[in-house]
Design a protein. Structure first.
Length: 165
């Protein structure tokens, strides 16, 4: 490839390594990542593969050190029981702070698009009073702004790699 007339010689300094792959398209790309893993230690897909591998290892060992799902993970965060959070970068959950004007209390609801349509989250069941939305933002955005307060690390997982999908 580097000897080809089509190869721009200005790119020579950027080549980390050359690998031979047996496949084309996505399979070939994933094989190239696997073969070049030692040269790509700082690349996101390699890091993601390690994080997901550790996650599945903990599940297989049944250590009890794993939680998953939005509700369980957020409860663990509030309790200070998390060390690392794997966060799907396209998570479609909104974080609502809802205030009851009668009781003067604020509750947090984590709602997906379907739950956002349910009026029970926005009305007090006892009094029927409409609740006031104090704030509404993507859960991922809120976590990115507040994770340090909880002393955790966040590892982003994408659906662009075979491990994250």
């Amino acid at each position: 490839m580097q000897q080809s007339d089509r190869f721009d010689k200005r790119l020579l300094d950027l080549i980390l390594c050359t690998v031979d792959v047996s496949y084309g398209f996505d399979q070939g790309f994933n094989q190239a990542i696997q073969l070049a893993q030692d040269s790509l230690t700082d690349v996101k897909f390699v890091q993601e593969k390690k994080v997901i591998g550790k996650f599945f290892e903990e599940i297989a060992l049944d250590t009890g050190n794993i939680c998953f799902g939005v509700d369980d993970t957020m409860k663990s965060l509030e309790l200070g029981a998390l060390q690392t959070m794997m966060l799907f970068e396209n998570i479609e959950v909104m974080r609502y702070e809802i205030k009851n004007p009668v009781k003067n209390e604020i509750k947090v609801h984590l709602l997906n698009a379907q739950q956002e349509q349910d009026p029970k989250y926005f009305k007090d069941e006892e009094t029927g009073v409409d609740l006031e939305v104090v704030s509404c933002e993507q859960l991922a955005d809120w976590l990115c702004l507040n994770y340090k307060k909880y002393g955790i690390n966040i590892e982003f997982i994408t659906d662009k790699s075979p491990d994250g999908y």
